[in-house]
Design a protein around this ligand. Structure first.
Ligand code: 13P
Length: 334
């Protein structure tokens, strides 16, 4: 493992004013997003939509450091036959691949899941690296409800994340380690805080045991918020203060960067929270975005499946990318 090279990629992903575009929705998830704008999800419509994002020249080269792709996109060509990954790298942006195989029920733990995908992972990582990928992503999902999560479920997910991260580093690929505590539910912000703290502690313990080099990874956590069905909005300052305190208590300073998921926050809330976090100061790692929905809801709406709306969709994407870039510097002013 070349730790200097891995660290350089991790640093590049979180360099000042940049963040990641998570465009790695599975066919099932992108279908949900397209249903919301009345577009049929086909291989061609997914290609057309993602092509317009990657061709947003200013947005990509000025605000985005990396794009997370689904396997399908890695091998897809644009309408003019150029590989989509070439459009991304031509903008000076790295690409990486979501390599987990999704969540499966955790046996004997009703309501809990574990992320699968370790079998054959090394071969897949080598194939992606040959194609030009420099990083990968694996998402563990932790639910909150009565009596959930159990320590066993958190541990199983953390162990798989660490096995994935170690395999990535052995294949000269930077792992994005994503333990997502879901926003789904009626829990309050203190409960999210408690579960996120326990989850991050467990994840870093497993990463240590599996000998993962923290300098060569990026953490992709949730922010600390109340559940979507809690019924009251969190104060922006409360989210920022709790999130930073919990990360400081659990994430070693050797990690170069923290790139948050948006997890169902509105796009402006995700920007406001990231900005407030960066205004607090004193964090030992860079804090930026790795947003899916918070970057894409606006361009998807503007596009609505029509070629003549492509320019408007690119403007909407560029706007959100710029707002999040400013937020990653603590310079967004609403
Ligand atoms: P959201 O920002 O929509 O949560 O997506 C980020 C992601 O990559 C989830 O795995």
């Amino acid at each position: 493992m070349d730790l200097v090279a891995l660290n350089a990629v991790a640093e590049q992903l979180v360099r000042p004013g940049r963040g990641l575009l998570a465009a790695d929705e599975t066919p099932g998830t992108i279908k949900k997003r397209f249903d919301a704008i009345g577009v049929e999800s086909t291989e061609a419509s997914r290609r057309d939509y993602r092509e317009l994002l990657f061709r947003s020249a200013g947005a990509m080269s000025d605000y985005i450091s990396g794009v997370i792709l689904h396997d399908e996109t890695v091998w897809q060509a644009a309408a003019d036959a150029r590989p989509l990954v070439e459009l991304i790298t031509a903008a000076g942006v790295l690409f990486g691949v979501k390599v987990d195989k999704g969540v499966k029920p955790l046996p004997l733990f009703p309501g809990e899941t574990v992320t699968e995908g370790l079998d054959g992972l090394e071969e897949r990582l080598r194939g992606y690296r040959e194609r030009g990928a420099r990083f990968a992503k694996w998402r563990a999902v932790i639910d909150i409800s009565a009596g959930v999560p159990t320590a066993a479920a958190v541990k199983a997910n953390a162990h798989a994340l660490a096995r994935y991260a170690a395999l990535c580093q052995a294949c000269e690929t930077v792992p994005i380690v994503e333990p997502e505590v879901l926003m789904e539910g009626g829990h309050d912000i203190a409960r999210c805080d408690e579960v996120t703290r326990f989850t991050l502690h467990t994840v870093f313990q497993e990463l240590f045991e599996q000998r993962v080099a923290l300098e060569g990874m990026v953490l992709k956590p949730n922010m600390i918020t109340s559940g979507k069905q809690f019924g009251r909005e969190d104060a922006v300052e409360d989210v920022a203060e709790r999130t930073l305190a919990t990360l400081k208590a659990t994430v070693p300073s050797a990690v170069p960067g923290v790139a948050f998921l948006s997890g169902g926050q509105s796009d402006t809330a995700a920007t406001a929270h990231l900005d407030a976090l960066n205004r607090l100061g004193g964090a030992p790692w860079r804090m930026t975005f790795s947003y899916g929905r918070a970057l894409q809801v606006a361009p998807q709406k503007a596009w609505s499946g029509k070629q003549e709306n492509a320019a408007a969709a690119q403007r909407a994407f560029a706007h959100r990318a710029r707002m999040n870039s400013l937020a990653s510097l603590g310079r967004w002013d609403g």
